[in-house]
Design a protein around this ligand. Structure first.
Ligand code: PHE
Length: 337
């Protein structure tokens, strides 16, 4: 029996240390309930009382040796597996990274920020107004009562009889007069809506930038000077400004304002359609009745206002010939700015 135990020990240790040994299988084979060591212990009944403790002790020693060998081998194999994994999953942190795709600022945003910078430089502050607006601010407070013909050219989308999508940024003039005391010097950029069919120069949604200055002694000369600085900063130092008489219900006198063509300098070219001048905005002196409705005394204060189309400036500046390009979000187009 002693020899048998000795032989079990030797063969177990041999198998455990062999390459690719299945340790669980070996544990069952030697130490399991039906294993070789257990079989030997079962036969202990046939031994003499003197032999029994000796063989028992020996069997326990053999079990301990095998268990210890199994444990050690299990550890060894775990370490080997980990080393192989580390080698396999090695990561080179010095490798160049994938370049992230960087977006572009939309041309309308570029122009809007440009304009804001120019007017902030002249002491204006930015005011925002709602796109869903009362008929009152969009029309009535601007001297456009119900049934006034000026409503035809600014047909828009109605939410109710009294609430609409604003057709211009001019309602911010009326709101600012109500909310603040003069002196006022504000611009207000934002979206406006008109029920126009979409084509190369029209869109039911576009952007304007409104300007309003009110103080004691403001004259048309201040309006001309302000727009002159704006035109030179936006279109180049050689740009000249021209006023043509016009009519807006909320300004008096009113003007349409042209700049000398920045492409040809005024000689006439494709961009200005041979005119030498390009129309860029509407402006005028705030109508006394509009001041009154805004709670400002027209015998004390006067002011000027202007409104320009941001799309129009962007299209001129970047030679964009179709307005729809500005809204389609084609990255091949947007990536050029
Ligand atoms: N709101 C006018 C328009 O949309 C432009 C304008 C603004 C004219 C301010 C005069 C003064 O046509």
């Amino acid at each position: 029996m002693k020899a048998k135990l000795e032989q079990i020990k030797v063969s177990a240790l041999g198998e455990i240390s062999a390459d690719g040994a299945d340790l669980e299988q070996l544990r069952i084979k030697y130490l399991g309930k039906k294993g070789e060591l257990t079989a030997v212990l079962r036969g202990m009944g046939q031994l003499t009382p003197e032999e029994r403790p000796v063989i028992g002790q020996l069997a326990n020693d053999v079990r301990a040796v095998i268990e210890e060998a199994l444990g050690r081998r299990t550890e060894e194999m775990k370490e080997k597996a980990m080393a192989a994994r580390l080698l396999n999953e090695k990561l080179d942190v010095t490798m160049p990274a994938r370049r992230p795709l960087v977006g572009h600022t939309h041309p309308l945003t570029l122009v809007q920020r440009d304009l804001e910078d120019i007017f902030i430089g002249m002491g204006f502050s930015i005011v925002e107004g709602p796109e869903v607006e009362y008929d009152y601010y969009n029309f009535q407070a601007l001297n456009i009562p119900e049934d006034h013909p000026a409503r035809d050219t600014q047909d828009t989308f109605y939410i109710t009889d009294k609430i609409l999508l604003r057709s211009q940024t001019s309602p911010v003039q009326a709101r600012t007069m109500e909310a603040q005391k003069p002196p006022l010097r504000i611009i207000s950029p934002g979206r406006v809506y008109r029920s126009d069919a979409i084509d190369a120069t029209h869109s039911p949604l576009f952007h304007q930038l409104e300007g309003l200055v009110i103080d004691k002694g403001i004259t048309m000369g201040d309006l001309k000077g302000t727009l002159d600085v704006f035109a030179k900063k936006e279109f180049g130092e050689d740009t000249r400004v021209r006023f043509r008489p016009h009519h807006f219900p909320f300004t008096e006198p009113s003007a349409e304002v042209d700049i000398s063509c920045f492409a040809c300098g005024g000689k006439g070219c494709k961009l200005c359609k041979g005119e030498g001048w390009i129309e860029i905005l509407g402006a005028g002196m705030v109508h006394p009745h509009v001041l009154e409705m805004g709670g400002i005394d027209p015998s004390v204060y006067s002011g000027f206002a202007f409104g320009l189309g941001i799309e129009r400036i962007a299209m001129l500046k970047y030679h964009i010939d179709d307005m729809r390009l500005l809204y389609e979000n084609d990255v091949r187009f947007l990536g050029q700015f």
